[in-house]
Design a protein around this ligand. Structure first.
Ligand code: HEM
Length: 162
């Protein structure tokens, strides 16, 4: 029997950003979510961000530096809301770190993350990360969420080096 082939779908980042924000954009602000750069939607509604590169992934130390392709743009209130989050860079040191997003003014912190669970499956490691809005990121959401507001958990699957 042939071994299963690892495809781009088996690794990547699944994240809904913040579910209440998505409901607000779609229902209250009569808006839309526009994905680009290979970002998809999973059956459970989370976005799927493909891995661009794994610069570092140390499963024992829980150190990582991983970049992701593409992004999602939230638009609403007839253009008053227009936020694109993308080209993420995850940095972890000893299980804690930050997810940065790219924006017109360069890379900036989006959420602080912390490893909540870890599992391995045939050379692919899955990390579940709790997340909170990073200091200095509140303006991305019109200052509505204070720093450290909980955002949705991130699920990261990445191949360990063989
Ligand atoms: C025409 C301008 C705007 C109006 C009239 C408006 C109105 C509102 C209203 C009524 C709510 C409460 C919704 C609810 O609780 O169901 C809300 C929440 C919110 N607004 Fe706006 N807003 C505007 C612009 C913006 C902009 C530019 C942003 C930037 C991203 C933004 C981000 C948010 C966020 C993050 C929430 C909280 C959503 C949640 O998690 O429940 N708003 N806004």
């Amino acid at each position: 029997m042939p071994l299963p082939t690892r495809t781009v779908e088996t690794t990547g980042l699944a994240w809904a950003v913040r579910s209440s924000f998505r409901r607000y954009v779609q229902r209250v602000a009569m808006g839309a979510e526009v994905t680009d750069g290979g970002v998809g939607s999973l059956p459970d509604g989370r976005f799927y961000f493909p891995i661009d590169g794994v610069q570092l992934l140390d499963r024992e130390a829980l150190d990582a530096e991983i970049t992701f392709s593409g992004g999602v743009r939230f638009v609403g209130h007839a253009g008053m809301i227009d936020v694109r989050l993308g080209e993420f860079r995850l940095r972890l040191v000893a299980g804690e770190g930050t997810l940065q997003t790219n924006s017109s003014d360069g890379a900036r912190d989006l959420v602080d993350v912390q490893v909540a669970a870890i599992s391995d499956d045939g050379g692919v490691v899955t990390l579940l990360l709790a997340s909170r809005l990073a200091e200095g990121a509140a303006d991305l959401f019109d200052e509505v969420y204070p720093t450290a507001t909980p955002f949705d958990d991130l699920e990261l699957r990445a191949a360990l080096e063989s």
